[in-house]
Design a protein around this ligand. Structure first.
Ligand code: GLC
Length: 430
């Protein structure tokens, strides 16, 4: 029937997500000339800075302490299995030596390409490579001024720039993505972002359909995010700056592949004075919570203008590394469990291994609903020490005394919380 086919959602080919849903944990890196301003990667927008004024950051960009090997080792020690770097953020500055622009790292005082050594360093530490690429570009001369452009309120400027042609910009964007993919064959492409509607931009501006075909042609296995304004073309969805209440699903209730992206503090780019830093425990809990709902966590670092992870980021990453050393098998290869955990706890599960994570430490023990008769063995993950347990067979007397319900299992726990941020008991199911 005519019309039918066109109304049906187009089926887009998918990349290879098998490694992604296993690895679970990655590092986001937001780096660009906004690191010099050190007050949010949206500073150009927030302060309505003109392009010529913003160029001072380009003229002074010189990350002399940049050592991607060190970054890669820190990420690896924290248990991260992949990373996603902003090859270009909304400001338009390119970290690689793109042949399509002069606005790139090689033309700053630093004078060198930042992406090649980064890709090499992370790959040699065994991490997979992801590229973030901003669809938005506040520097490109053909990018039409819109409602989020830094000079959105400058009427004169808007009038003078009316001639800007989004098709020319789209050509630049396609060329750059083609260049990046051809040079590096990354595992992930993270395009950001669309805001269709009045004075915004979406799939027609980016020519998303053509772009997706280009991407799949060069890198058939690549994993693509969902911000091209082209539903169905994505491999994974990207909740940002909040923890989903449950496993995200499509309109038919099918569970989606998802990755939460989160910052240490309130900014993606390096922000000197932003103080709302999360604690190591909060961050670990976000990781556990994410995996307990079947997702991945992409945790962001905003390196400084000198090219380092600042002391607060290092502290958090070291804390995460300490925990991951003992607990990574409750993360890698794990997903949501169908069992319901006790209060203040989360389950992650890998086949017959069920991992019980404690946000709060209870007194003396805890009771696991629905696991009566199903446990074979239990131990702490941090030291491999046995955790004894008992199947409950509670009768009327027990019920009237508040004993654990029939069909549950009680774990016997030490009074003192083990010396780890989030204790985990590994439960071996029969
Ligand atoms: C956004 C922001 C941004 C950040 C990103 C990460 O939409 O514009 O600055 O790069 O999301 O998810």
């Amino acid at each position: 029937m005519p019309g039918r086919a066109s109304r049906a959602k187009q089926q887009w080919p998918k990349g290879d997500s098998s490694w992604f849903v296993h690895d679970r944990f990655g590092m986001f890196i937001h780096w660009g000339t906004y690191a010099l301003a050190a007050r949010h990667e949206w500073v150009k927008h927030n302060e309505r800075i003109k392009d010529e004024d913003y160029m001072k950051y380009f003229r002074h960009f010189n990350p002399d302490l940049y050592d991607p090997k060190e970054w890669a080792i820190i990420a690896k020690n924290a248990g991260m299995k992949y990373f996603v770097i902003t090859t270009k953020h909304h400001e338009g500055f390119c970290l690689w030596d793109s042949k399509y622009t002069d606005y790139k790292a090689t033309n700053t005082p630093y004078g060198r390409d930042l992406i090649r050594p980064m890709v090499e360093a992370f790959r040699s530490e065994g991490l997979r490579v992801g590229f973030y690429y901003s669809l938005i570009d506040w520097h490109h001369p053909e990018f039409p001024i819109d409602r989020i452009h830094p000079q959105r309120d400058d009427k004169e400027f808007r009038k003078n720039e009316k001639h800007r042609d989004v098709r020319k910009y789209a050509e630049y964007l396609h060329n750059q993505i083609e260049e990046l993919l051809t040079l590096y064959h990354p595992d992930i492409l993270w395009c950001d972002f669309s805001y269709p509607g009045p004075d915004g931009k979406g799939k027609d501006d980016w020519q998303s359909e053509k772009l997706v075909r280009l991407i799949r042609r060069i890198c058939p296995d690549i994993l693509l995010d969902n911000r091209l304004d082209l539903p169905g073309s994505e491999d994974f969805v990207t909740p940002e700056q909040y923890q989903p209440a449950q496993w995200p699903t499509d309109d038919k209730g099918n569970r989606l592949i998802w990755e939460a992206c989160q910052t240490f503090s309130g900014s993606w780019g390096y922000h000197r004075d932003e103080m709302t830093w999360k604690s190591v425990k909060q961050l670990l809990w976000m990781l556990v919570d994410t995996v307990s709902k079947g997702g991945n966590l992409l945790l962001n670092v905003g390196p400084t203008a000198r090219g380092e992870f600042d002391y607060r980021a290092r502290e958090r990453l070291e804390g995460i590394a300490k925990w991951m050393k003992y607990h990574s098998r409750a993360i890698y290869g794990c997903t949501a469990s169908s069992y319901t955990p006790p209060p203040d706890c989360r389950y992650t599960q890998n086949g017959k291994r069920l991992y019980l994570h404690f946000m709060e430490w209870p007194f003396g023990g805890t009771h696991l609903p629905g696991l009566g008769g199903r446990l074979e063995y239990a131990q702490f993950l941090h030291d491999g020490s046995e955790v004894t347990f008992k199947d409950n067979d509670t009768g009327p007397w027990g019920q009237s005394h508040g004993l654990p319900p029939k069909g549950s299992v009680s774990l016997h726990l030490p009074v003192v919380k083990p010396n780890v941020e989030i204790p985990v008991v590994e439960l071996f199911l029969k």
